[in-house]
Ligand binder design. Sequence first.
Ligand code: NAP
Length: 256
Amino acid sequence: MSEKKIAIVTGANSGLGKAFVELLLREPLDEIWAVARNEARLQEVQQLDRSRIRIFSADLTDLATLVPFENALAEEKPSVRFLVNNAGFAKFADYASLDIHESSNLIDLNAKAVVQMALRTIPHMTAGASIINIGSLSAFMPLPYMNIYAATKVFVKNYSLALREELKPVGIHVTAVCPGWIDTNLYARAEIGAEKSVNTFSGMVKPDVVARKAIADAKNNRALSIYGFLPNAVRVLAKFLPASLCMRLWMMQQKF
Ligand SMILES: NC(=O)c1ccc[n+]([C@@H]2O[C@H](COP(=O)([O-])OP(=O)(O)OC[C@H]3O[C@@H](n4cnc5c(N)ncnc54)[C@H](OP(=O)(O)O)[C@@H]3O)[C@@H](O)[C@H]2O)c1
């Protein structure tokens, strides 16, 4: 492993990922490797600090596009201090309004790519490094009309908690971030004009507050990072209420 200290952020050209890049620039890191598909928007993020941000245009659901990123890891052997597995998308629709390709693509990005990136990166981590996996408050209950999205976030949360135990002996931290609604571009891709579409986004917050708490929680080796009173209250309620009641409350809130 070289002396070069880096952070890797997926989904780095927008929303929460961009907020992570901005905050990680304040850390004692040599470079931040920013991964997403849209190169033009990656280049905009690179303007934040051209000398420290490297961009990798890749589709995390198409592993062939990750080759330049993998080659850079293999050749430069940096010490990865943070991996932020953030890339993800949602669809607000009933099961029948999403085609099979889009339905499985949700799983490929939100769940499978998280594992792919963790497995590629862990060999480049040492004690004190952090994996920050972006889940969602939906990890705590099933959500009709976002059913696959919510299920992928259960995967992210449970994968993170279990991986955390396995990595304890080597001192690598794993934190599952489970935010409520965040003001990002997620909604543009999520809204497809389905008849029953998620429409109420209570307690929406800006991405920087979620990212700031996530980095602090990762440094303090917390298992979960949940920003704000409302999401924390929902999480506690979901712990004690049966899933059927949680779903009924969700449906009432969304006026389905
Ligand atoms: N917004 C919310 O209310 C909310 C709440 C809880 C959790 N989250 C989670 O927060 C994370 C970030 O989402 P966001 O809200 O910041 O949404 P966003 O602004 O739409 O950002 C999504 C990011 O993922 C990247 N991405 C999408 N598909 C990709 C692919 N196939 N390969 C590589 N990168 C891809 C996008 O860039 P390209 O399109 O250029 O690839 C973009 O950088 C997601 O995991 C989401 O589930 C969001």
